[in-house]
Design a protein around this ligand. Structure first.
Ligand code: AHG
Ligand code: MN
Ligand code: MN
Ligand code: MN
Length: 330
């Protein structure tokens, strides 16, 4: 059997577009991975350590926080404090960004715990992270520094806490996956060129919202439901885990389309999912694996954010399906 490659080794030896990974970025990624290792252990214990249930507090998104939302957020903040290249961080769970070193090359944004509604029912959840290049590393951190499009990401990834704890990572030159070896505490490389097939017969969407969707999304899904005798001439299958991290992990693993589109329940909100913590990092991964992402009008990573907690309509996955969805929106 060939030797196992650990995350640390991988970061030290790999080249992204011909260049070595800067030490500051390596340190930051290791710090995030170590925190996720701790989180993975805690998630696995659940009720045994009193981790389930609501925290009784609310967040800036207008959501009730689960205990694990708060714990994951605190662990991540603590875990990256020593990272010398990290100027500051921002989280789904905090209204304002938080300075770390104040100056430095990178900004870290995260959804500390994705899939809150699945915590108490023992279904896969995860952590999503996005690392932006700070535009002026030596200038003191300002909140507006975070308002960069997804094109400014130096790295992005997620860790899914499922039957296995698996990390997907992109440094802008393809996508790799690591699985946590719980015996050694090391993330071990399991896939080094993740590719999403351009075609698929699988889609993921919360079907209970169908009556609220815009016409292009209704049309797309109804055509999928028509099956082999319909315009699409194939039988589609549907999967919905309700943790974006797990739904996107499936798309990266075997293709498919994930959608959380705008809907008319909240006509003035562009969507439910967050651009900076969810849509951008996932779009970076999907694009790097040969897939695509859109909000219907624009490629997600091209959107210039106006607000840290900005929301967005999300459709991502197999390229031909995303192109079809885009054409229905044109
Ligand atoms: P979060 O737990 O970070 O707030 O995100 C939840 C999101 C996302 O993970 C998932 O795709 C979606 O909410 C699920 O929404 P439904 O409740 O409509 O299924
Ligand atoms: Mn939330
Ligand atoms: Mn989330
Ligand atoms: Mn979350």
């Amino acid at each position: 059997m060939s030797t196992k490659i650990h995350l640390e080794q991988y970061l030290k030896t790999t080249k992204a577009k011909g260049a070595s990974i800067p030490i500051g970025l390596q340190e930051l990624l290791i710090a995030v991975a170590n925190t996720c290792t701790t989180l993975s252990d805690e998630v696995a214990q659940g009720a045994l350590i009193g981790l389930l249930g609501s925290a009784g507090t609310g967040n800036v998104q207008g959501e009730v926080q689960q205990k694990l939302d708060v714990i994951a957020n605190d662990l991540l903040i603590e875990g990256v404090q020593e990272c010398k290249a990290l100027a500051g961080l921002a989280s789904e769970e905090m209204e304002l960004p938080m300075p770390v070193q104040g100056t430095g090359d990178y900004l870290l944004l995260f959804d500390p715990l994705d899939g809150s509604s699945n915590i108490d029912v023992n279904v896969s959840i995860g952590t999503i992270f996005s690392i932006l290049h700070k535009q002026n590393p030596i200038a003191a951190l300002q909140n507006s520094d975070f308002l960069l499009s997804g094109r400014h990401q130096a790295a992005a990834g997620y860790v899914v806490y499922g039957p296995q704890t698996t990390m997907a990572l992109t440094l802008g030159d393809g996508v790799v996956m690591f699985t946590l070896d719980k015996a050694t505490g090391q993330f071990v490389l399991i896939k080094d060129r993740v590719e999403i097939s351009p075609t698929t017969k699988e889609f993921a969407i919360n079907m209970s919202n169908m009556r609220h969707w815009a016409e292009p999304v209704r049309r797309y899904v109804l055509e999928c439901l028509d099956g082999v005798t319909g315009t699409r001439k194939k039988d589609f299958n549907m999967r919905w885990i309700a943790s974006m991290v797990a739904d996107v992990h499936r798309v990266l693993s075997r293709g498919g389309v994930f959608m959380y589109p705008w809907d008319q329940r909240e006509p003035n909100k562009p969507g439910k999912l967050r651009l900076m913590y969810e849509a951008n990092p996932m779009s970076f991964l999907v694009e790097q694996a040969g897939g695509a992402s859109t909000n219907g009008k624009q490629v997600i990573m091209d959107i210039q954010p106006q607000d840290l907690h900005e929301r967005v309509s999300v459709m991502l996955g197999s390229k031909e399906e995303i192109e079809r969805l885009q054409s229905y929106h044109a």
